[in-house]
Design a protein around this ligand. Structure first.
Ligand code: RIB
Ligand code: CA
Length: 309
């Protein structure tokens, strides 16, 4: 089977961690690297978390340290969801190896080497991707597509209008959405439409080992972590975005024109999805609107139970 080469650009982060577990256990992927970006927590913390997670998993995938700050705005982080460390109450052994530090060149060189086959899965703020596009305008010729966990047509989560990944660096998101690279937008319309209840988490594994216990710990930390008004679920946004590459029937949607609000007082960071094509502008993203709930729960079980071995 031909593997899909991917770079996972992430800010672990609890749901990023679940995406990392799934990515590194899915034989359909050839994970070329994890590139970290400040988001859920500061760059040093998310990079440390990524190193710790890949060592727990036993993978030698490169971890490449990316951007510490957004392009323009002041930094925002999400400790209120992911905790001070970025992995809430999870404590993992100190990482043994160091990260690499050449994120932009790593993204570009990997894309060029793969001759247009690279898929980037971006599950944090889009700062690294924007830098890569601005420094290497020809990146568009070498990247097959970018799957973005970010945005939403109907609502936000960090403000009424904006989803965190976009809100944390709207100017970077604008660069990416205007780049002309094929985009799949996996936003809150689908990632908040379903999640794992505490009961489902507790019954996820049929037998336990160190890795399954860590996964269960992360998911239990995520139940109820989004705050009041949300369902008492673990919303695994990033894992859902990653799995759109594994299951054709997981999410449905259509091509839309999407712009990023970078000037609004109350709407700063909103993904403005032209749902009814009112402006007849070029459709620059495949926007997902519906999730196949049965497939979602089956997929999570299938992809995480691999760690029972
Ligand atoms: O809004 C959800 C997104 O923000 C997820 O990627 C989560 O990890 C946080 O980064
Ligand atoms: Ca994330």
């Amino acid at each position: 089977m031909l593997k899909t080469p991917i770079i996972l650009d992430c800010d672990p982060g609890l749901d990023d961690a679940i995406a990392i577990f799934i990515a590194l256990a899915s034989s359909e992927f050839d994970v070329k690297g994890l590139v970290t970006v400040a988001g859920n927590q500061t760059l040093d913390k998310v990079t440390r978390n990524a190193l710790q997670l890949v060592e727990v998993i036993g993978s030698d995938v490169p971890v490449v340290k990316g951007a510490a700050l957004p392009l323009v705005r002041e930094q925002v982080t999400a400790g209120y969801v992911h905790g001070e460390s970025g992995l809430k109450t999870l404590v993992l052994p100190e990482p043994k190896r160091a990260s690499q530090n050449n994120a932009i060149q790593f993204i570009y060189d990997t894309a060029v080497k793969l001759k247009g086959e690279l898929v980037i899965v971006a599950v944090g703020p889009l700062t690294n991707i924007a830098h890569a596009i601005l420094i290497h305008p020809d990146l568009k010729e070498h990247v097959k597509k970018i799957v973005i966990m970010g945005g939403g047509h109907h609502n936000g989560n960090i403000t009424p209008a904006a989803e965190f990944n976009i809100f944390a660096d709207p100017e970077a998101a604008k660069v990416v959405f205007e780049s002309g690279i094929d985009l799949v937008m996996v936003g809150l319309d689908v990632t908040m439409a379903d999640g794992l209840s505490k009961d489902e988490v507790l019954s996820l594994f049929t037998k336990h080992n160190d890795k399954t216990k860590i996964i269960e710990h992360i998911l239990l930390d995520m139940v109820n972590s989004e705050g009041p008004g949300y369902k008492p679920w673990a919303y695994i946004h990033d894992a859902m975005a990653l799995m759109v590459l594994l299951y054709d029937d997981l999410l449905s949607g259509r091509m839309c024109h999407v712009d990023i609000e970078t000037k609004g007082d109350r709407t700063y960071g909103k993904t403005v999805v032209d749902y009814y094509d009112t402006h007849k502008l070029p459709k620059n993203a495949f926007v997902t609107f519906e999730v196949n709930r049965e497939r979602f729960h089956q997929a999570i079980q299938e992809r995480l139970r691999v760690y029972e071995q």
